[in-house]
Design a protein around this ligand. Structure first.
Ligand SMILES: Cc1cc2nc3c(=O)[nH]c(=O)nc-3n(C[C@H](O)[C@H](O)[C@H](O)COP(=O)(O)OP(=O)(O)OC[C@H]3O[C@@H](n4cnc5c(N)ncnc54)[C@H](O)[C@@H]3O)c2cc1C
Length: 382
């Protein structure tokens, strides 16, 4: 039993954990609450970093090309202030050299599921884990239908409402933004518009709200920051009226998904339970605002590190290192959120000043372009 590992949750993090465990010679079993054929709506993560692709490639050769082959790369970043361009950067890039790939999380999950099947990883679908008994000798999991699984270790990748985390008594603490964000996916039009990432401060087409437009393979993500007092549901209902003003690239935009979020910054008290047998990974351990695209990306880092720690018997090191990484990610994504909310008059003043100076001083425009994503990813071990 001591070498066996059960992975709970077949989201991107659980799937990556099962593949990583398999690549290390462990024999994982993957336990998922949803049906094998179920697909969660919405594209959620649409940005996978090169470092994550490289990590996946190391655990299963071919995965990086398979994922990035279905993704999109843009070579232009643009930022506007009240309709006036304050920053433009284009850089030559190709799918092979780009530092990222942009595609729906559902596609990444499909590729990872297929890879798990091809690797012969045992998986059980449609039966949520309901109880966890963890001790020095190992872990016993019970599912809702009465199934019992025993394993030396459990990697809990069962998402933000993790049953495993709750059963082993680890709290998730932090805060939720008061401001709501409307997130809408729009399908590509008949002709693919040039792929550019565009950030608008105070977009005149939506009464001065901040708007982020991100292209991904198959569509566009439109992210609108509500203002205090906004009725977010009404903003969503009215989207067919204002979308053509913010996304003129796509005539007659077809909405494929919409949702309203309050972004969370939450961290588990510990990343492993007292017995060192249960390791938390991904959203079971940390929740971040999406700015900087650290959620799924850092979750896949957790997954690979967790499987390695089980193999090498270094669970305590895992728990310490990944908690530190998550703290860094929460700080970085929190800094981006702070910038966007600009609650303090000094922050708003700096942004106004940068917008005014940008025609003369390109660094000011560059700062306005970069700040909504938090510090550069390479400065952190995300
Ligand atoms: C609008 C939006 C945009 C985002 N953009 C990005 C981005 O660009 N880049 C990025 O890196 N991240 C992004 N994220 C975050 C990313 O979507 C999450 O970090 C990622 O889904 C977390 O994966 P996970 O596997 O930890 O959890 P989940 O995806 O939630 O998967 C958990 C799995 O566990 C299963 N489960 C739950 N309970 C049980 C149980 N009791 N037993 C068995 N199984 C169970 C669930 O059914 C599910 O399949 C974004 C999120 C949102 C909402």
């Amino acid at each position: 039993m001591s070498d066996s590992v059960a992975v709970v949750g077949a989201g991107p993090v659980g799937l990556a954990a099962a593949l990583a465990a398999h690549s290390l010679g462990l024999e994982p079993v993957l336990l998922e609450a949803g049906a094998r054929t179920a697909r969660r709506p919405g594209s959620r993560a649409i940005f996978i970093h090169r470092a994550t692709l490289d990590r996946l490639e190391r655990i299963r050769p071919g995965l990086s090309a398979e994922i990035s082959g279905q993704g999109l790369v843009w070579d232009t970043k643009r930022t506007l202030w009240a309709g006036r361009q304050v920053h433009l950067r284009t850089y030559p890039t190709t799918a092979a050299t780009a530092p990222f790939s942009s595609l729906p999380q559902t596609v990444v999950e499909d590729v990872l599921r297929r890879a798990c099947d091809e690797a012969g990883i045992r998986s059980v679908w449609g039966d949520p884990v309901a109880d966890v008994d963890s001790g020095a000798a190992g872990v016993r999991l019970r599912t809702r239908s009465g199934g019992v699984y025993e394993a030396g270790h459990v990697i809990a990748a069962d998402g933000s409402r993790s049953t495993v985390r709750e059963r082993v008594g680890i709290a998730l603490r932090g805060s939720t933004s008061e401001t709501e964000f409307v997130v809408i996916d729009v399908a590509d039009g008949p002709v693919r518009a040039p792929a550019e990432r565009i950030f608008h401060y105070r977009h005149p087409g939506v009464a001065g709200r901040n708007v982020l437009l991100v292209p991904f393979r198959g569509g566009w993500r439109v992210d609108v920051q509500c203002r205090p007092g906004d009725d977010a549901a009404r903003l969503v209902a009215n989207a067919p009226r204002w979308l053509p003003r913010v996304l003129p690239q796509v005539p007659d935009p077809e909405i494929t998904w919409s949702s309203v979020y309050r972004f969370q910054q939450r961290l588990a008290d510990r990343f492993a339970d007292a017995s060192g047998r249960v390791l938390l990974a991904g959203e079971a351990a940390h929740l971040l605002p999406p700015f900087g695209a650290r959620g799924m990306n850092s979750g896949i880092s957790d997954a690979v590190a967790a499987a390695t720690a089980v193999r090498e018997g270094t669970v305590a090191d895992y728990a310490r290192a990944r908690q530190e990484a998550a703290e860094g990610n929460i700080r970085a994504a929190g800094a981006a959120l702070d910038h966007l909310l600009a609650v303090r008059p000094a922050q708003r003043g700096r942004q106004w000043a940068a917008a005014a100076l940008s025609p003369l001083w390109p660094k000011a425009g560059h700062w306005l372009d970069a700040a909504p994503y938090g510090p550069r990813i390479r400065k952190l071990t995300y």
